[in-house]
Design a protein around this ligand. Sequence first.
Ligand SMILES: [Fe+2]
Length: 260
Amino acid sequence: MRIVLKLAMGTALAITAFYAWHCATKKQSTHQGPPSAKDFSMNKTTLTLLGLKYPFTLAPLPYDYKALEPHIDEATMRIHHTKHHQAYIDNANKALEEVAELQKYTIEELLTNLPSLPESVRERLRNHAGGHFNHTIFWQMMVPNAQPLPTEKVAHAINEAFGSFDAFKELFNKAAQSRFGSGWAWLCINKEKKLVVTSTANQDTPLAAGLFPILGLDVWEHAYYLKYQNKRMDYITAWWAVINWPFVEKLFTDGLKAVE
Ligand SMILES: [Fe+2]
């Protein structure tokens, strides 16, 4: 009888101990899971051009692949859009699949809050969400049969900021030509609502520096190498003939309201 009682007490103690361990483990695993969205300290941003959210998709070009010939060739446009841009989209989506709490944010919110993103996806979103953002606006910044000079409002702002259109062009060309390795040259609106020329490395965006981009030039080799090989300056010179100045003016108007 005594043995039976001892066995029963032992079993009860074992069950109690197992239950306590199970509860403690469950509690611990809840606390060790992925951080909740509020832990990311994501700030709202007024620098919104696109407002795109996960899942990102590749929009068709607003013109034919050969429409920018002879300045930018059909093969480059096709590969650039369907392969390079698509790869940025796929990789950005993959990163966001891993941290579902980030899927509700716009691409601008992600790119202006890079330091708050979890380390596991931060660099991938910087590069690939950045690449998606940059290319999406880049396609719209070009147009076939472009007018050679900026529209009135933009022309006035350029003159005010740089002295003349030619002085601006020289500054922009220098930023594009001197960007070491891969990157972009930009015309942006800063927080003082002034136009500035800048450049970014890789797929970094001006958003991360608090700037609202209104014109950008992709100077990655994939943007020009098939036609221009190592002659980046020839590509830069040719690109001035395909700028969509009315779209630049739209961004300029939006940007003046957006910057703080
Ligand atoms: Fe590109």
